[in-house]
Design a protein around this ligand. Structure first.
Ligand SMILES: Cc1cc2nc3c(=O)[nH]c(=O)nc-3n(C[C@H](O)[C@H](O)[C@H](O)COP(=O)(O)OP(=O)(O)OC[C@H]3O[C@@H](n4cnc5c(N)ncnc54)[C@H](O)[C@@H]3O)c2cc1C
Length: 463
Protein backbone atom coordinates (compact mmCIF):
# COMPACT_ATOMS: atom_id res chain seq x y z
CA UNK A 1 0.00 0.00 0.00
CA UNK A 2 1.32 3.41 -0.94
CA UNK A 3 1.68 6.00 1.81
CA UNK A 4 -0.44 9.03 0.95
CA UNK A 5 0.14 12.74 1.51
CA UNK A 6 -1.65 15.91 0.39
CA UNK A 7 1.59 17.37 -0.93
CA UNK A 8 4.88 15.63 -1.75
CA UNK A 9 7.81 17.92 -2.55
CA UNK A 10 10.80 16.35 -4.31
CA UNK A 11 13.99 18.12 -3.27
CA UNK A 12 14.75 20.00 -0.05
CA UNK A 13 16.56 23.04 -1.45
CA UNK A 14 15.28 26.57 -0.78
CA UNK A 15 12.45 26.02 -3.27
CA UNK A 16 11.41 22.63 -1.92
CA UNK A 17 11.87 23.04 1.83
CA UNK A 18 10.15 26.45 1.86
CA UNK A 19 7.24 25.10 -0.20
CA UNK A 20 6.95 22.13 2.19
CA UNK A 21 6.94 24.33 5.30
CA UNK A 22 4.43 26.83 3.87
CA UNK A 23 2.15 23.98 2.71
CA UNK A 24 2.29 22.47 6.21
CA UNK A 25 1.50 25.87 7.75
CA UNK A 26 -1.58 25.96 5.52
CA UNK A 27 -2.81 22.64 6.93
CA UNK A 28 -1.64 20.13 4.31
CA UNK A 29 -0.14 16.75 5.23
CA UNK A 30 3.30 17.17 3.66
CA UNK A 31 6.32 15.03 2.82
CA UNK A 32 9.60 16.27 1.37
CA UNK A 33 11.88 13.77 -0.36
CA UNK A 34 15.61 14.49 -0.27
CA UNK A 35 18.39 12.20 -1.46
CA UNK A 36 21.24 14.20 0.11
CA UNK A 37 22.26 13.25 3.65
CA UNK A 38 21.32 16.75 4.84
CA UNK A 39 18.50 19.17 4.05
CA UNK A 40 18.86 22.59 2.39
CA UNK A 41 19.79 21.61 -1.18
CA UNK A 42 22.57 23.18 -3.22
CA UNK A 43 22.14 26.48 -1.41
CA UNK A 44 22.86 25.37 2.14
CA UNK A 45 25.22 22.49 1.40
CA UNK A 46 27.40 23.48 -1.57
CA UNK A 47 26.16 26.91 -2.69
CA UNK A 48 25.11 30.18 -1.09
CA UNK A 49 26.00 29.39 2.52
CA UNK A 50 29.45 27.73 2.27
CA UNK A 51 30.52 30.26 -0.37
CA UNK A 52 29.47 33.16 1.85
CA UNK A 53 31.25 31.61 4.85
CA UNK A 54 34.50 31.45 2.84
CA UNK A 55 33.93 34.90 1.35
CA UNK A 56 33.58 36.31 4.87
CA UNK A 57 36.66 34.48 6.21
CA UNK A 58 38.82 35.43 3.23
CA UNK A 59 37.62 39.03 3.44
CA UNK A 60 38.61 39.13 7.12
CA UNK A 61 42.03 37.71 6.21
CA UNK A 62 42.60 40.26 3.47
CA UNK A 63 41.44 43.11 5.71
CA UNK A 64 43.74 42.04 8.51
CA UNK A 65 46.66 41.76 6.08
CA UNK A 66 46.14 44.88 4.04
CA UNK A 67 43.60 47.37 5.46
CA UNK A 68 44.09 47.25 9.24
CA UNK A 69 47.31 49.28 8.89
CA UNK A 70 45.32 52.18 7.41
CA UNK A 71 43.20 52.18 10.57
CA UNK A 72 46.27 52.30 12.79
CA UNK A 73 46.09 48.64 13.76
CA UNK A 74 49.39 46.78 13.54
CA UNK A 75 49.37 42.99 13.78
CA UNK A 76 52.51 40.97 13.28
CA UNK A 77 52.68 37.49 11.83
CA UNK A 78 49.19 37.11 10.37
CA UNK A 79 48.93 33.50 9.17
CA UNK A 80 46.34 31.54 7.27
CA UNK A 81 44.95 28.41 8.94
CA UNK A 82 43.01 27.04 5.97
CA UNK A 83 42.00 23.86 7.80
CA UNK A 84 40.32 25.96 10.52
CA UNK A 85 38.70 28.21 7.91
CA UNK A 86 37.26 25.15 6.15
CA UNK A 87 36.15 23.63 9.47
CA UNK A 88 34.34 26.87 10.37
CA UNK A 89 32.60 26.78 6.98
CA UNK A 90 31.49 23.22 7.79
CA UNK A 91 30.10 24.37 11.15
CA UNK A 92 28.15 27.18 9.47
CA UNK A 93 26.70 24.74 6.92
CA UNK A 94 25.87 22.21 9.66
CA UNK A 95 24.04 24.81 11.76
CA UNK A 96 21.95 25.82 8.75
CA UNK A 97 21.08 22.31 7.53
CA UNK A 98 20.19 21.20 11.09
CA UNK A 99 18.02 24.30 11.29
CA UNK A 100 15.88 23.03 8.39
CA UNK A 101 15.57 19.64 10.10
CA UNK A 102 14.27 21.47 13.19
CA UNK A 103 11.81 23.49 11.05
CA UNK A 104 10.53 20.28 9.42
CA UNK A 105 9.87 18.77 12.86
CA UNK A 106 8.26 21.97 14.12
CA UNK A 107 5.91 22.11 11.11
CA UNK A 108 5.33 18.33 10.98
CA UNK A 109 6.83 17.91 7.52
CA UNK A 110 7.90 14.28 6.96
CA UNK A 111 11.41 13.96 5.54
CA UNK A 112 11.44 10.94 3.22
CA UNK A 113 15.11 10.03 2.78
CA UNK A 114 16.27 8.87 -0.63
CA UNK A 115 15.89 9.58 -4.34
CA UNK A 116 12.37 9.91 -5.71
CA UNK A 117 11.30 8.64 -9.10
CA UNK A 118 7.91 8.93 -10.72
CA UNK A 119 5.96 5.72 -11.26
CA UNK A 120 2.86 7.52 -12.55
CA UNK A 121 1.27 10.98 -12.67
CA UNK A 122 0.57 11.19 -8.94
CA UNK A 123 2.82 8.45 -7.68
CA UNK A 124 6.48 8.18 -6.79
CA UNK A 125 8.81 5.57 -5.39
CA UNK A 126 11.61 6.19 -2.90
CA UNK A 127 13.97 3.32 -2.09
CA UNK A 128 11.39 0.75 -3.15
CA UNK A 129 8.53 2.29 -1.16
CA UNK A 130 5.47 3.76 -2.93
CA UNK A 131 4.00 7.18 -2.14
CA UNK A 132 1.06 9.06 -3.64
CA UNK A 133 -0.17 12.62 -3.29
CA UNK A 134 -2.83 14.89 -4.74
CA UNK A 135 -0.06 17.43 -5.45
CA UNK A 136 3.55 16.56 -6.33
CA UNK A 137 6.09 19.37 -6.56
CA UNK A 138 9.34 18.94 -8.50
CA UNK A 139 12.05 21.03 -6.83
CA UNK A 140 15.13 19.08 -7.85
CA UNK A 141 17.30 22.12 -8.57
CA UNK A 142 20.35 22.31 -10.80
CA UNK A 143 23.91 21.09 -11.34
CA UNK A 144 27.11 22.47 -12.92
CA UNK A 145 27.21 22.58 -16.71
CA UNK A 146 30.03 20.36 -18.04
CA UNK A 147 32.43 21.50 -20.80
CA UNK A 148 33.61 19.22 -23.59
CA UNK A 149 37.35 18.56 -23.29
CA UNK A 150 37.48 19.64 -19.63
CA UNK A 151 37.10 16.64 -17.35
CA UNK A 152 36.21 17.43 -13.74
CA UNK A 153 38.05 15.44 -11.03
CA UNK A 154 37.08 17.88 -8.19
CA UNK A 155 40.77 18.10 -7.28
CA UNK A 156 42.67 19.79 -10.12
CA UNK A 157 39.68 20.59 -12.30
CA UNK A 158 36.84 21.50 -9.99
CA UNK A 159 33.25 22.72 -10.07
CA UNK A 160 32.07 25.15 -7.40
CA UNK A 161 31.64 22.14 -5.09
CA UNK A 162 35.33 21.23 -5.32
CA UNK A 163 36.38 24.90 -5.17
CA UNK A 164 34.70 25.12 -1.76
CA UNK A 165 36.73 22.17 -0.47
CA UNK A 166 40.33 22.92 -1.52
CA UNK A 167 42.80 22.08 1.25
CA UNK A 168 45.63 24.16 -0.21
CA UNK A 169 45.67 27.65 -1.70
CA UNK A 170 46.43 27.24 -5.42
CA UNK A 171 49.38 29.18 -6.85
CA UNK A 172 47.39 29.85 -10.00
CA UNK A 173 43.66 29.27 -10.39
CA UNK A 174 42.05 29.61 -13.78
CA UNK A 175 38.32 30.26 -13.65
CA UNK A 176 36.42 29.27 -16.77
CA UNK A 177 33.41 31.60 -16.89
CA UNK A 178 33.14 35.21 -15.72
CA UNK A 179 29.78 34.76 -14.00
CA UNK A 180 28.72 35.21 -10.37
CA UNK A 181 29.95 31.86 -9.02
CA UNK A 182 33.35 32.11 -10.77
CA UNK A 183 33.98 35.65 -9.56
CA UNK A 184 32.88 34.93 -5.98
CA UNK A 185 35.01 31.80 -5.61
CA UNK A 186 37.84 33.41 -7.58
CA UNK A 187 37.73 36.23 -5.00
CA UNK A 188 37.98 33.75 -2.13
CA UNK A 189 41.15 32.14 -3.47
CA UNK A 190 42.71 35.41 -4.69
CA UNK A 191 42.31 36.90 -1.20
CA UNK A 192 43.96 33.83 0.27
CA UNK A 193 46.95 34.21 -2.05
CA UNK A 194 46.22 32.62 -5.44
CA UNK A 195 46.85 34.30 -8.74
CA UNK A 196 43.47 34.20 -10.51
CA UNK A 197 42.85 34.33 -14.26
CA UNK A 198 39.28 34.42 -15.57
CA UNK A 199 38.66 33.14 -19.10
CA UNK A 200 35.30 34.30 -20.44
CA UNK A 201 33.79 33.56 -23.84
CA UNK A 202 31.93 36.88 -24.08
CA UNK A 203 33.57 40.30 -24.11
CA UNK A 204 32.26 41.30 -20.67
CA UNK A 205 31.86 39.75 -17.26
CA UNK A 206 28.35 38.96 -15.94
CA UNK A 207 26.69 39.81 -19.25
CA UNK A 208 23.21 40.23 -17.74
CA UNK A 209 24.42 43.12 -15.59
CA UNK A 210 23.97 46.81 -16.44
CA UNK A 211 26.83 47.61 -18.86
CA UNK A 212 28.25 50.52 -16.88
CA UNK A 213 28.26 48.49 -13.66
CA UNK A 214 29.89 45.51 -15.38
CA UNK A 215 32.68 47.75 -16.75
CA UNK A 216 33.33 49.33 -13.36
CA UNK A 217 33.22 45.89 -11.69
CA UNK A 218 35.88 44.55 -14.04
CA UNK A 219 38.10 47.60 -13.43
CA UNK A 220 37.82 47.17 -9.65
CA UNK A 221 38.55 43.43 -9.81
CA UNK A 222 41.52 44.09 -12.09
CA UNK A 223 42.84 46.60 -9.53
CA UNK A 224 42.53 43.82 -6.93
CA UNK A 225 44.73 41.56 -9.04
CA UNK A 226 42.26 39.51 -11.13
CA UNK A 227 43.47 38.85 -14.68
CA UNK A 228 40.80 38.65 -17.39
CA UNK A 229 40.90 36.94 -20.76
CA UNK A 230 37.62 38.04 -22.28
CA UNK A 231 36.43 36.88 -25.70
CA UNK A 232 38.30 33.58 -25.24
CA UNK A 233 37.22 29.97 -24.95
CA UNK A 234 38.82 26.94 -23.34
CA UNK A 235 38.92 23.98 -25.69
CA UNK A 236 40.74 21.40 -23.58
CA UNK A 237 42.30 20.73 -20.19
CA UNK A 238 45.12 18.21 -19.74
CA UNK A 239 46.50 17.11 -16.42
CA UNK A 240 50.31 16.80 -16.48
CA UNK A 241 51.58 15.80 -13.06
CA UNK A 242 50.09 18.36 -10.67
CA UNK A 243 49.62 21.00 -13.41
CA UNK A 244 46.60 21.54 -15.63
CA UNK A 245 47.42 22.75 -19.14
CA UNK A 246 44.51 24.61 -20.67
CA UNK A 247 44.19 25.28 -24.38
CA UNK A 248 42.60 28.68 -24.86
CA UNK A 249 41.52 30.21 -28.17
CA UNK A 250 40.02 33.57 -29.14
CA UNK A 251 36.22 33.07 -29.34
CA UNK A 252 36.15 34.63 -32.81
CA UNK A 253 38.96 32.38 -34.07
CA UNK A 254 42.74 32.75 -34.01
CA UNK A 255 45.84 31.17 -32.53
CA UNK A 256 45.48 28.92 -29.51
CA UNK A 257 47.66 29.40 -26.43
CA UNK A 258 48.37 27.26 -23.39
CA UNK A 259 47.74 28.46 -19.84
CA UNK A 260 49.16 26.44 -16.97
CA UNK A 261 47.56 26.39 -13.55
CA UNK A 262 47.33 24.09 -10.57
CA UNK A 263 43.53 24.41 -10.16
CA UNK A 264 40.88 25.08 -12.80
CA UNK A 265 37.40 26.11 -11.69
CA UNK A 266 34.76 25.26 -14.25
CA UNK A 267 31.93 27.76 -13.72
CA UNK A 268 30.12 28.23 -17.02
CA UNK A 269 26.60 27.93 -15.61
CA UNK A 270 24.11 25.45 -14.21
CA UNK A 271 21.50 23.24 -15.84
CA UNK A 272 18.11 22.03 -14.61
CA UNK A 273 18.57 18.69 -12.83
CA UNK A 274 15.98 15.96 -13.42
CA UNK A 275 18.24 12.89 -13.63
CA UNK A 276 16.72 9.70 -12.23
CA UNK A 277 13.31 11.35 -11.72
CA UNK A 278 11.75 9.28 -14.51
CA UNK A 279 9.65 12.21 -15.72
CA UNK A 280 8.39 10.14 -18.63
CA UNK A 281 6.45 7.86 -16.25
CA UNK A 282 4.45 10.91 -15.22
CA UNK A 283 4.38 12.34 -18.74
CA UNK A 284 5.95 15.64 -17.59
CA UNK A 285 7.38 17.72 -20.45
CA UNK A 286 10.67 19.62 -20.43
CA UNK A 287 11.86 22.41 -22.75
CA UNK A 288 14.83 22.45 -25.15
CA UNK A 289 17.18 23.13 -22.20
CA UNK A 290 15.81 20.32 -20.06
CA UNK A 291 13.86 22.64 -17.75
CA UNK A 292 10.47 21.44 -16.55
CA UNK A 293 7.78 23.34 -18.44
CA UNK A 294 5.19 25.08 -16.25
CA UNK A 295 2.27 27.46 -16.65
CA UNK A 296 1.72 30.72 -14.70
CA UNK A 297 0.64 28.69 -11.68
CA UNK A 298 3.72 26.43 -11.62
CA UNK A 299 1.70 23.49 -12.98
CA UNK A 300 3.37 21.19 -15.51
CA UNK A 301 1.46 19.74 -18.45
CA UNK A 302 0.30 17.02 -16.00
CA UNK A 303 -2.50 18.08 -13.62
CA UNK A 304 -1.37 17.81 -9.99
CA UNK A 305 2.35 17.92 -10.84
CA UNK A 306 4.14 21.24 -10.32
CA UNK A 307 7.69 22.55 -10.50
CA UNK A 308 9.61 25.44 -8.91
CA UNK A 309 13.14 26.79 -8.46
CA UNK A 310 16.24 26.11 -10.54
CA UNK A 311 14.57 23.23 -12.36
CA UNK A 312 12.24 25.67 -14.18
CA UNK A 313 13.02 28.68 -16.38
CA UNK A 314 14.16 31.94 -14.80
CA UNK A 315 16.92 33.23 -12.58
CA UNK A 316 18.76 30.47 -10.71
CA UNK A 317 18.60 32.14 -7.31
CA UNK A 318 17.68 30.79 -3.89
CA UNK A 319 15.29 33.63 -3.06
CA UNK A 320 13.49 33.23 -6.41
CA UNK A 321 13.04 29.52 -5.61
CA UNK A 322 11.74 30.39 -2.12
CA UNK A 323 9.22 32.92 -3.46
CA UNK A 324 7.96 30.30 -5.90
CA UNK A 325 7.70 27.72 -3.10
CA UNK A 326 5.52 30.03 -1.00
CA UNK A 327 3.40 31.16 -3.95
CA UNK A 328 2.74 27.56 -5.05
CA UNK A 329 1.77 26.37 -1.55
CA UNK A 330 -0.65 29.30 -1.31
CA UNK A 331 -2.13 28.59 -4.75
CA UNK A 332 -2.67 24.94 -3.74
CA UNK A 333 -4.64 26.11 -0.71
CA UNK A 334 -6.84 28.36 -2.83
CA UNK A 335 -5.01 31.62 -2.13
CA UNK A 336 -3.65 34.03 -4.75
CA UNK A 337 0.05 33.12 -4.57
CA UNK A 338 2.12 35.37 -6.82
CA UNK A 339 5.76 36.11 -7.66
CA UNK A 340 6.75 39.52 -9.07
CA UNK A 341 9.61 38.51 -11.35
CA UNK A 342 10.32 42.18 -12.05
CA UNK A 343 11.36 42.71 -8.45
CA UNK A 344 13.83 39.90 -7.81
CA UNK A 345 17.22 41.22 -6.70
CA UNK A 346 20.50 39.65 -7.72
CA UNK A 347 23.70 40.08 -5.78
CA UNK A 348 27.37 39.26 -6.34
CA UNK A 349 29.00 38.84 -2.93
CA UNK A 350 32.49 39.97 -3.89
CA UNK A 351 33.97 43.08 -2.30
CA UNK A 352 32.73 45.52 -3.31
CA UNK A 353 29.40 43.80 -3.75
CA UNK A 354 27.27 44.26 -6.84
CA UNK A 355 23.49 44.26 -6.60
CA UNK A 356 20.66 45.01 -8.95
CA UNK A 357 16.91 44.87 -9.34
CA UNK A 358 14.63 45.67 -12.25
CA UNK A 359 15.80 46.66 -15.71
CA UNK A 360 19.29 47.58 -16.88
CA UNK A 361 19.84 50.75 -18.91
CA UNK A 362 20.39 48.57 -21.99
CA UNK A 363 17.02 46.85 -21.46
CA UNK A 364 15.16 50.12 -20.96
CA UNK A 365 16.79 51.55 -24.09
CA UNK A 366 15.95 48.43 -26.12
CA UNK A 367 12.32 48.67 -24.97
CA UNK A 368 12.22 52.20 -26.41
CA UNK A 369 11.17 53.72 -23.07
CA UNK A 370 12.24 57.33 -22.39
CA UNK A 371 14.18 57.32 -19.11
CA UNK A 372 16.25 59.32 -16.65
CA UNK A 373 19.37 58.16 -14.78
CA UNK A 374 20.67 59.31 -11.41
CA UNK A 375 24.08 58.27 -10.10
CA UNK A 376 25.95 58.85 -6.89
CA UNK A 377 29.52 57.71 -6.10
CA UNK A 378 30.43 56.13 -2.75
CA UNK A 379 33.50 58.41 -2.83
CA UNK A 380 31.11 61.21 -1.81
CA UNK A 381 29.41 59.24 0.99
CA UNK A 382 30.68 60.00 4.50
CA UNK A 383 30.16 56.49 5.87
CA UNK A 384 31.92 54.87 2.90
CA UNK A 385 34.89 57.19 3.53
CA UNK A 386 34.88 56.26 7.22
CA UNK A 387 34.89 52.58 6.25
CA UNK A 388 37.62 53.11 3.68
CA UNK A 389 35.35 51.57 1.01
CA UNK A 390 34.83 54.27 -1.59
CA UNK A 391 34.86 52.18 -4.78
CA UNK A 392 31.61 52.11 -6.73
CA UNK A 393 28.36 53.98 -7.18
CA UNK A 394 24.56 53.76 -7.09
CA UNK A 395 22.68 54.06 -10.36
CA UNK A 396 18.90 54.48 -10.48
CA UNK A 397 16.83 54.46 -13.66
CA UNK A 398 13.33 55.92 -13.76
CA UNK A 399 10.74 56.39 -16.47
CA UNK A 400 11.05 59.93 -17.89
CA UNK A 401 7.35 60.74 -17.95
CA UNK A 402 6.15 59.22 -14.67
CA UNK A 403 9.45 58.99 -12.70
CA UNK A 404 8.53 55.36 -11.84
CA UNK A 405 11.62 53.45 -10.73
CA UNK A 406 12.54 50.92 -13.43
CA UNK A 407 15.91 49.66 -12.23
CA UNK A 408 18.49 50.02 -9.49
CA UNK A 409 22.12 48.99 -9.82
CA UNK A 410 24.67 49.29 -7.06
CA UNK A 411 28.36 48.47 -6.97
CA UNK A 412 29.87 49.27 -3.62
CA UNK A 413 30.13 48.31 0.05
CA UNK A 414 27.15 46.25 1.27
CA UNK A 415 25.34 46.68 -2.05
CA UNK A 416 23.49 43.42 -1.29
CA UNK A 417 21.86 44.96 1.79
CA UNK A 418 21.32 48.36 0.15
CA UNK A 419 19.38 46.90 -2.77
CA UNK A 420 16.55 45.82 -0.41
CA UNK A 421 15.25 49.38 -0.25
CA UNK A 422 15.16 49.56 -4.06
CA UNK A 423 13.38 46.19 -4.26
CA UNK A 424 10.69 47.48 -1.89
CA UNK A 425 10.41 50.69 -3.92
CA UNK A 426 9.97 48.74 -7.17
CA UNK A 427 7.52 46.32 -5.52
CA UNK A 428 5.40 49.29 -4.41
CA UNK A 429 5.67 51.03 -7.80
CA UNK A 430 7.52 53.96 -6.22
CA UNK A 431 9.05 56.86 -8.12
CA UNK A 432 12.65 58.03 -7.74
CA UNK A 433 11.13 61.09 -6.05
CA UNK A 434 9.56 58.81 -3.39
CA UNK A 435 13.03 57.44 -2.55
CA UNK A 436 14.55 60.93 -2.67
CA UNK A 437 11.97 62.30 -0.22
CA UNK A 438 12.41 59.39 2.24
CA UNK A 439 14.58 60.24 5.25
CA UNK A 440 17.74 58.09 5.37
CA UNK A 441 19.82 57.85 8.55
CA UNK A 442 23.13 59.68 8.62
CA UNK A 443 25.86 58.56 8.29
CA UNK A 444 24.87 55.41 6.42
CA UNK A 445 25.69 53.93 3.05
CA UNK A 446 21.97 54.13 2.27
CA UNK A 447 22.32 57.88 1.85
CA UNK A 448 24.03 57.08 -1.47
CA UNK A 449 20.72 55.54 -2.64
CA UNK A 450 18.82 58.68 -1.61
CA UNK A 451 21.40 60.88 -3.35
CA UNK A 452 21.17 58.82 -6.55
CA UNK A 453 17.39 59.29 -6.40
CA UNK A 454 17.94 63.05 -6.03
CA UNK A 455 20.37 62.87 -8.95
CA UNK A 456 17.59 61.46 -11.15
CA UNK A 457 16.11 64.99 -10.85
CA UNK A 458 19.57 66.62 -11.10
CA UNK A 459 19.53 67.81 -7.50
CA UNK A 460 21.95 65.70 -5.43
CA UNK A 461 23.31 67.58 -2.43
CA UNK A 462 26.68 65.99 -1.76
CA UNK A 463 28.24 65.84 -5.20
C1 LIG B 1 28.55 28.02 -5.35
C2 LIG B 1 27.15 28.55 -5.43
C3 LIG B 1 26.84 29.73 -4.79
C4 LIG B 1 25.54 30.24 -4.85
N1 LIG B 1 25.28 31.42 -4.22
C5 LIG B 1 24.03 31.92 -4.27
C6 LIG B 1 23.70 33.12 -3.57
O1 LIG B 1 24.55 33.73 -2.92
N2 LIG B 1 22.43 33.57 -3.61
C7 LIG B 1 21.46 32.91 -4.34
O2 LIG B 1 20.31 33.37 -4.35
N3 LIG B 1 21.73 31.77 -5.00
C8 LIG B 1 22.98 31.26 -4.97
N4 LIG B 1 23.25 30.08 -5.61
C9 LIG B 1 22.15 29.40 -6.34
C10 LIG B 1 21.24 28.65 -5.38
O3 LIG B 1 22.00 27.72 -4.66
C11 LIG B 1 20.13 27.97 -6.15
O4 LIG B 1 19.45 28.93 -6.93
C12 LIG B 1 19.15 27.30 -5.22
O5 LIG B 1 19.78 26.35 -4.40
C13 LIG B 1 18.02 26.64 -6.00
O6 LIG B 1 17.15 26.03 -5.11
P1 LIG B 1 16.25 24.78 -5.52
O7 LIG B 1 15.42 24.49 -4.34
O8 LIG B 1 15.58 25.04 -6.81
O9 LIG B 1 17.28 23.59 -5.80
P2 LIG B 1 18.52 23.01 -5.01
O10 LIG B 1 18.98 23.89 -3.95
O11 LIG B 1 19.49 22.60 -6.06
O12 LIG B 1 17.93 21.73 -4.28
C14 LIG B 1 17.48 20.62 -4.99
C15 LIG B 1 17.56 19.40 -4.09
O13 LIG B 1 16.87 18.35 -4.72
C16 LIG B 1 17.53 17.13 -4.43
N5 LIG B 1 17.14 16.14 -5.44
C17 LIG B 1 17.38 16.15 -6.77
N6 LIG B 1 16.80 15.10 -7.37
C18 LIG B 1 16.19 14.39 -6.40
C19 LIG B 1 15.41 13.22 -6.38
N7 LIG B 1 15.13 12.54 -7.50
N8 LIG B 1 14.95 12.78 -5.19
C20 LIG B 1 15.20 13.44 -4.04
N9 LIG B 1 15.93 14.56 -3.99
C21 LIG B 1 16.40 15.05 -5.16
C22 LIG B 1 18.99 17.50 -4.49
O14 LIG B 1 19.77 16.57 -3.75
C23 LIG B 1 18.97 18.89 -3.87
O15 LIG B 1 19.27 18.84 -2.49
C24 LIG B 1 24.53 29.53 -5.56
C25 LIG B 1 24.83 28.31 -6.17
C26 LIG B 1 26.12 27.82 -6.11
C27 LIG B 1 26.42 26.52 -6.77
Amino acid sequence: MAETFDVIVIGAGPGGYVCAIRAAQLGFKVACVEKRATLGGTCLNVGCIPSKALLQSSENFEEAKHSFKDHGIEIEGIKLDLARMQARKGEVVGANTKGIEFLFKKNKVTWVKGAAKFTGANAIEVEGKAYTAKHIVIATGSDSVPLKGVEVDEKHVVTSTGALELDKVPDHMVVIGGGVIGLELGSVWRRLGAEVTVVEFLDKIIPTMDGEISKSFQQILTKQGFKFKLGHKVTSAKLEGEAVKLTVEPAKGGDAETITSDVVLLAIGRYAYTEGLNLTAAGVETDERGRVKIDNHFQTNVPGVYAIGDVVAGAMLAHKAEEEGVALAEILSGQAGHVNYGAIPSVVYTWPEVASVGQTEEEVKAAGVAYKVGKFPFMANGRARAMGCTDGFVKLISEKETDKLLGAHIIGPDAGALIAECVTAIEFGASAEDVARTCHAHPTLSEAVKEAALAVDSRPIHV
